[in-house]
Design a protein around this ligand. Structure first.
Ligand code: UDP
Length: 405
């Protein structure tokens, strides 16, 4: 079959760690590759953000990334992309008029806007994965939320109009139901992990201080400052922070400056190391180099990082929010702390540093849990079943033959 994924701001080909490139890019790339491996034809439509990009790029077996002309061909913050979604949708319509796909799967709300516009008039199911919800973001960020004001209303409409919404965790289902999404058109398929890449392995010899690791986009809600504050209460440890903007933008980045300032004010500037953006395939070595991985966002729609850390056998301390509530087992595969609680985080980290046996037990149990439940191969089966069901429900019933009553 031919499946078209729409991921307007999150290209499978982008460098990760900047403000708008993280889990969605990883998940869309992995899903496309897994479907391609099964013999499907997959096209991922993403916005052209550079004039140099060719129209189509072969990303993996069976997978093409198509760069769509919508708005100026340069990077734009995702919260400024909505005005360009009509153009994005029209370009999809042009392409699909020539040859429609069997199914469209939109990733993020604005992709849903473009996908429905592109598929209007075609009898093709449109599925939706939100990756994040405006109502959750606003609840946590209030006036600081830079999302377009219409986001929540549009998301509610998309949740009702989609042939099927693929949510990534039970917390999201609760939000979607509160937004009016029909329960019978909601299904949970968590995000997955590439088990060939993220697995326990030799821990690099490095000596030195006990290491706490944080990986992810450097945006305030990720709570990296909570980890920096906690470090001040753990005398010997170092904190390695992976992620953030590219080298060219590093020094001008306000979040980097803010975090450096927090480190200086808490007297831990010499124990916080900013490693910058790391290519995705090098992250397993970073996970394995750490004694503990922390992921302490204020809220988290899914949270790929804790699963990657677990897959590598490294114990984790995470906030008890969002997708973490499904993926992490308290004191089984990791430890929960409340958001923005640096004292609580420091307490848990000290207790883990004092007990090697407990760290090893949590790490091993985490790796086993990810292998059992979160491998992409198994999850792609679930997505494929959902796709086939949606295509079947759209298909016209076979014509009655005479006399068959
Ligand atoms: N990541 C990476 N290199 C970096 C920073 C992040 O490869 O320098 C990846 C990380 O391995 C993970 C993703 O970005 O796969 C972040 O996903 P997550 O779901 O944890 O957070 P999101 O970005 O979706 O908020």
């Amino acid at each position: 079959m031919r499946f078209d994924l729409v991921s307007e701001h999150a290209s499978p080909l982008a460098a990760l760690g900047g403000a708008d490139a993280g889990g969605q890019n990883v998940q869309v790339a992995a899903l496309a590759a897994e479907l391609g491996r099964r013999g499907h034809e997959v096209v991922v439509h993403t916005r052209r953000d550079s004039p140099e990009l060719p129209p189509n790029v072969r990303a993996a077996a069976g997978v093409t990334v198509a760069h769509v002309d919508a708005g100026p061909p340069r990077p734009l913050p995702k919260d400024e992309l909505l005005p360009h979604m009509a153009e994005f949708g029209d370009r999809l319509a042009d392409r699909w008029a020539v040859r429609p796909p069997d199914l469209v799967h939109a990733h993020f709300w604005m992709s849903g806007v473009a996908a429905h516009r592109g598929a209007a008039g075609l009898d093709v199911p449109v599925l939706q994965t939100f990756h994040a919800l405006g109502r959750v973001k606003r609840a946590h960020q209030g006036a600081e939320d830079t999302s377009p004001p219409e986001r929540e209303a549009v998301e509610a409409r998309l949740a009702r109009d989609a042939d099927l919404v693929l949510a990534t965790c039970s917390d999201e289902v609760r939000e979607l139901v509160a937004m009016g999404a029909p329960r019978h058109r909601l299904r949970v398929v968590p995000c997955g992990i590439d088990l060939d890449v993220f697995a326990p392995g030799p821990r690099p010899e490095r000596g030195g201080r006990p290491r706490v690791l944080s990986i992810g986009r450097l945006v305030e809600r990720k709570g990296v400052d909570t980890a920096i504050r906690a470090l001040a209460e753990i005398p010997d440890a170092e904190l390695v922070v992976v992620g953030g903007p590219g080298a060219a933008e590093w020094d001008a980045d306000p979040e980097v400056a803010r975090l450096r300032d927090v480190a200086a004010r808490h007297g831990v500037r010499d124990r916080v190391r900013f490693a910058g953006q790391v290519p995705h395939d090098e992250t397993p070595d970073w996970y394995r180099s750490a004694d503990v991985v922390v992921s302490v966002p204020w809220y988290e729609p899914f949270g790929t990082v804790p699963l990657e850390a677990m897959a590598c056998g490294t114990p984790i301390v995470v906030t008890s929010v969002g997708g973490h509530l499904d993926t992490v087992v308290q004191d089984g595969t990791g430890l929960f702390v409340p958001p923005r609680d640096h004292h609580g985080l420091a307490r848990e980290l000290r207790s883990l540093f004092a007990d090697r046996g407990r760290r090893d037990r949590l790490g091993a149990a985490g790796a086993a849990r990810v292998r059992e439940r979160y491998g992409w191969a198994g999850l792609a089966d679930e997505v494929e079943t959902a796709y086939r069901g949606a295509v079947r429900r759209r298909a016209p019933l076979p014509a009655r033959t005479g006399g068959a009553r």
